[in-house]
Design a protein around this ligand. Structure first.
Ligand code: SF4
Length: 562
């Protein structure tokens, strides 16, 4: 069981706020849930308070995705989503898959040669930042309260420790070393009949809650990828040509050494969304997703697209790609889990927005029925899981249930199995693929001949930005005088076993240069202010001694327009 880390001062008087439904996180799943719930409650003649808490300073600042949206979920939430003004960049007009080769050339697959999961006609390229801000406005019009800048620090339980009563927000004004500053303000206890965990990928509260109640028993551990993204401005003529294009890449620089690949999406305003995704089940402890992204940009195929342009923004985020077998139990006494927090991602299509919205809709319908009965026990909230099992979301996820786990056993196994899954309705070679957690796949240096096989790129200030320059483009800022929100429970391990066995992978895998190692140091220097809240460290650390916890509310990246 994951030990709960206490972030807040004990024995202090706290304000208490009571609402009917509390949603933790303001992403697409939470906002669709809040909107649908308000509408359902109105139909039932019930006036219930709904509060959405968001740790970012503004809604959307911590929301990051590629993103190509399958409109199915949005169209269920708002059949008139286009007329209503849901912001999109472009409808997909062209899609292809490029195999990037070592010799600098590319092999393009298009039309009938694009694998079915990567066909995107009918989908829309979006900035998820813009979409969630629009959804927030729609929710507020219906009477939903949205509080940005409030970080939920702890789950409140009943005396038996099973029923969720709400959350406690993080104290503000606590200095380094835990000293209360003059600005100290205790966090609030916010209590609710139902709490919706919608924290996104590797939610800090959901991680502890799932472990505490064993919600992942008999499931596969979640499998994560880290995605690195930049938005570029490019010359106008090329921007026009690429508007509405969706290009996915395989091959270099990862090759067949691990799961991953790149994307290029043509945005409005002569901009490109470009990014690289790599599975954290990669065996090499020197895995550096940011370095792979930079090396990918240095391939001639990318150089051609980026020539004459410049990077405007940067972000990084993990993606819970394990699929159906990695989803935890979705409900219990006084709570439900939705969106990325519950693993609603179809990794074979590189899509989750439509599933996140659908999970919010399904949860809202179950919550409305439960609130109408005045019963928010696990029995009453089981309606969410029943609805999911009968939904197209389940059908879609079931159809690719073994996809991602097959790649955990090596690229060629995954490639072969993914092909067989296409003709066996998602089954593939095995009825159920099982896999270990990502960090369990990490090889010791001794197994790799004493050194990592990952190579670092040569940086420049044009198209190969280093991590610190990219952090600047992410807008990441935290109050400096606060305890670090990256907690290493056993720092002695760092300079002893971790150095010898894995070469301190934290200095490589963090895409924001948070962990710095100087030769001979006893522990890493933690530059927590750089943190872009991607959660890679919490997942990829081989000893699982790094815990990402929420910093003081409002800190983190500012993914404006991302
Ligand atoms: Fe991501 Fe952890 Fe680095 Fe923050 S410290 S950017 S969560 S890897």
């Amino acid at each position: 069981m994951t030990p709960a880390i206490s972030l807040n001062v004990r024995d202090v008087e706290r304000e208490e706020l009571e609402v009917d439904v509390l949603l933790v996180g303001a992403g697409p799943a939470a906002l669709s849930c809040a909107i649908q719930l308000k509408r359902r409650l109105k139909e039932l003649g019930l006036d219930k308070s709904i509060l959405v808490l968001e740790k970012a300073e503004e809604v959307g600042y911590h929301t990051l995705s590629g993103a190509v949206m399958d409109p199915r979920g949005m169209a269920e939430l708002f059949p008139d989503w286009k007329e209503r003004g849901c912001p999109t960049e472009a409808e997909v007009g062209f899609d292809c898959v490029d195999l990037l080769r070592k010799n600098g050339k590319k092999l393009r697959f298009q039309g009938a040669f694009v694998p079915p999961p990567l066909r995107n006609h009918g989908n829309h390229i979006v900035s998820l930042y813009k979409v969630v801000r629009w959804m927030k406005d729609e929710a507020e019009k219906l009477g939903v309260d949205v509080y940005p800048g409030f970080a939920a620090a702890e789950v409140l339980y009943d005396e038996a420790g099973k029923r969720v009563l709400g959350v406690q927000t993080r104290d503000a004004g606590v200095g380094k070393g835990g000293v209360q500053k003059g600005t100290y303000q205790p966090g609030m206890n916010i209590k609710a009949a139902v709490t919706v965990f919608a924290e996104g990928t590797r939610g800090h509260l959901a991680k502890q809650h799932i472990a505490r109640l064993g919600l992942d028993a008999e499931r596969n551990p979640q499998i994560y990828e880290t995605g690195i993204k930049e938005v570029w401005e490019i010359p106008e003529a090329r921007g026009k040509e690429l508007l509405g294009s969706v290009i996915h890449t395989l091959g270099e620089p990862l090759g067949t050494g691990g799961y991953g690949g790149g994307w290029i999406y043509g945005l409005a305003g002569s901009r490109l969304s470009i990014g690289y995704v790599v599975g954290l089940d990669h065996p090499d402890p020197g895995l550096d997703p940011h370095a792979l992204f930079v090396r990918w940009k240095q391939h001639p195929a990318l150089q051609e697209l980026l020539a004459g342009g410049k990077a405007l923004r940067y972000g990084a985020k993990t993606i819970p790609g394990g699929g159906y077998w990695s989803m935890p139990k979705l409900y219990g006494d006084g709570y439900v889990l939705v969106g990325d927090t519950a693993g609603f991602v179809n990794m074979s299509r590189l899509k989750g927005i439509h599933l996140a919205i659908k999970s919010g809709l399904l949860a809202a319908d179950a919550l409305a029925d439960a609130l109408a009965k005045g019963d928010t026990s696990a029995t009453a909230l089981a309606g969410y899981a029943t609805r999911f099992e009968a939904s197209w979301a389940k059908q879609e996820l079931w159809g690719v249930r073994n996809f991602r786990a097959a790649f955990s056993n090596g690229w060629w196994t995954g490639f072969l199995d993914a092909g067989i899954q296409q003709v066996t309705k998602g089954r593939g070679l095995l009825v159920r693929r099982r896999t270990g957690a990502d960090h369990e796949h990490r090889a010791r240096l001794s197994e790799l001949g004493g050194r990592s096989r990952m190579t670092k790129p040569t940086f420049n200030d044009r198209d190969a930005l280093d991590k610190l320059t990219d952090v600047y483009l992410s807008g990441a800022v935290h109050e400096e005088d606060q305890p670090a929100h990256l907690v290493i429970s056993d720092p002695d391990l760092c300079a002893t076993r971790c150095t010898a066995e894995f070469g301190n992978p934290c200095q490589h895998f963090c895409p924001a240069a948070v962990y710095e190692w100087t030769p001979g140091a006893q522990k890493p220097q933690i530059n927590f202010s750089n943190c872009v809240h991607c959660k890679t460290c919490d997942i990829a650390d081989p000893y699982q001694v790094i815990e990402w916890v929420v910093p003081e509310g409002g800190g983190g990246p500012k993914y404006i327009d991302m």
